[in-house]
Structure formats: structure tokens, C-alpha cells
Design a protein around this ligand. Structure first.
Ligand code: OAD
Length: 262
């Protein structure tokens, strides 16, 4: 373990360009459940009943009920030491790109917490699967901040677009939907140029997001993984750190940032 952490530390310290891909595991210590594994959301819920365009067309009230409760839940969670360390890295090392599959907004909030009076935008992540705290109009495509008090009593009480009165939906990518081409394109470009891709807390089974470390690897860069369990990426990782993101990300990056200041 010491060996892997030292190796990872050297790789990150030597890297000019860093890309970070996070998944649900980075927010696990903030209390947000992951999707797969024991206690995962998709163990008790079938994604096709809640996270598909077909489900929304069939029963928008049921889908909103689920997302409104998740929106309220994550609004009560706070960024953990992994989010904060990644935000610090992105703010102090401008050639860092954060990419997240998470819709919980915790990287955003970590950026704002760490930046204080400075500009936090450099530490905002590319959110390849959208953001649960935003609404998207299913008719005109307008994106607006979402409200916490969504009334899910009936289909008639669900939120409507101020511009066109179309049905609003949470601005998250559902199964069977395409990712925003600008966001995933920018992610792939950052991955191609990166010397190191740090992958934190993802099972790395959902594409195209899981391509990010593969692209870095194919372009000659190095992959570092932080996860308590092995994943399909483990075989291509130069260093696999087995443990919790909230402990290992700060352990890796605190040393790295000290080195960068020298
Ligand atoms: P998963 O639930 O598939 O995987 C979570 C990963 O985090 C697993 O590999 C765990 O071993 C790891 N993990 C758990 N606790 C951890 C901790 N404290 N520190 C570090 N790692 C930990 O979540 P994702 O890979 O993010 O898509 O799932 C990918 C996509 O599948 C999600 O974005 C979502 C889902 O369906 C959409 O909603 C479109």
C-alpha cells in the first residue's frame, strides 16, 4: 500500500496536465448512496422505472417523486475531504480538469468552499451526467435552477417551464439518452492531453464516461485508481490505491501540493 501511494504521489507530482474522473464513491463518505454494490441505489430500484425517458413519459409524477426526494437529500449533504482536496488541486494547479459522473453538485460546492473570496470556476467539474439541482424543460430545452419544494401530489402540480409551459424534468442524463456533446467532448480532449488520469470512486462500467481513463492510457498517459475494490480499470492502472476516497485523495494530494510549491 505504501508503495502504491508513493508511486501515485510521484506520478501526480511529475504530471503537467491532470484529469480527474469521479463517480459515486467520492460522495459515499458524504452520505450519498452509490448505485452498485451492497446498499447501492440500483439494488432496491430498477433504473428503467425511474431513470429513462420512457419512465418519465409513462409516469412523470413517480419519476419526479424520486428525483425530488434525492434533490432534497443531497442538498443536506456536505462535501467531504476528497471533494475539498480535489477542489484545492484544481484551484492551485490550473492544468487540472475535474470530470464527474455525479449529479449531486458536491464538487461545485467544494469549489465554492475552498475558493472563498476567489473565483471558484476553475474548480467546477465537467458534469457529464448532468446536475440534479437543475431543471431542464422537456419542450424548449431551457435550463433553470431547480426548486426544492417540488409538488408531486399529481401530474398537474409538477413544475412547468416559465418560458413555454412545457413539463420540467431534472437536468440529469437518463439511460438511453445521449450525453451533452460539448461536455463529453471537452472531457475526452482533457483525457487525451493528460499525463495522469486520477480515477476516484467509480465502478467504471458506464460508458462513455468510463472511456476517459482509457483515452489517457491509450494516449500514453498514466492511470491512478482510488477505490476500495478492483474495477475493470485496475489492470491498466499504474497505481491502485485501495481504500476510502476521503482518506486517500487528501493523502495523495496534500503531499503533491507541497511538492508543487517548492
Ligand atoms: P457505482 O455505484 O457504479 O460505483 C461506485 C464505486 O465507488 C464502486 O466501485 C465502489 O467500490 C466505490 N466506492 C464506494 N465507496 C467508496 C469510497 N468511500 N471511496 C472510494 N470509492 C468508493 O457508481 P458510478 O461508477 O459513479 O449514471 O456509476 C456510474 C453511473 O451509473 C452513474 O453516474 C449513474 C449510474 O447509473 C447515470 O445516472 C446516468
Amino acid at each position: 500500500m505504501i508503495g502504491a501511494l508513493e508511486r501515485a504521489h510521484t506520478l501526480v507530482g511529475d504530471a503537467e496536465r491532470i484529469v480527474v474522473l469521479t463517480g459515486a464513491g467520492v460522495s459515499a463518505e458524504s452520505g450519498v448512496p452509490t448505485f452498485r454494490g451492497s446498499g447501492g441505489l440500483w439494488k432496491s430500484r430498477r433504473p428503467e422505472e425511474l431513470a429513462t425517458p420512457g419512465a418519465f413519459a409513462r409516469d412523470p409524477r413517480l419519476v419526479w417523486e424520486w428525483y425530488a426526494s434525492r434533490r432534497t437529500f443531497v442538498s443536506g449533504c456536505v462535501p467531504n475531504d476528497a471533494h475539498l482536496a480535489l477542489a484545492r488541486l484544481a484551484l492551485t494547479h490550473s492544468a487540472t480538469t475535474l470530470i464527474t459522473q455525479n449529479v449531486d453538485g458536491l464538487h461545485h460546492r467544494a469549489a465554492e468552499a475552498v475558493a472563498r473570496d476567489e473565483d471558484p470556476t476553475g474548480a467546477y467539474p465537467l458534469e457529464v451526467h448532468g446536475a440534479i439541482h437543475r431543471d431542464l424543460c422537456s419542450s424548449c430545452g431551457l435550463r433553470t435552477p431547480g426548486r426544492l419544494d417540488v409538488d408531486t401530489t399529481s401530474a398537474e402540480t409538477l413544475p412547468r417551464c416559465d418560458m413555454c409551459a412545457g413539463m420540467l424534468r431534472p437536468d440529469v442524463v437518463w439511460f438511453g439518452e445521449a450525453l451533452d456533446p460539448g461536455v463529453i467532448g471537452a472531457s475526452f480532449e482533457a483525457a487525451r492531453l493528460a499525463d495522469v488520469c486520477l480515477v476516484v470512486g467509480t465502478s467504471a462500467v458506464v460508458y462513455p464516461a468510463a472511456s476517459v481513463p482509457e483515452i489517457t492510457h491509450q494516449a500514453g498517459g498514466t492511470v491512478i485508481e482510488i477505490n476500495p475494490e478492483a474495477t475493470p480499470l485496475t489492470s491498466m492502472a499504474a497505481a491502485s490505491l485501495r481504500g476510502l476516497a476521503g482518506e486517500l485523495v487528501p493523502a495523495l494530494l496534500a503531499e503533491t501540493m507541497i511538492d508543487r510549491k517548492r
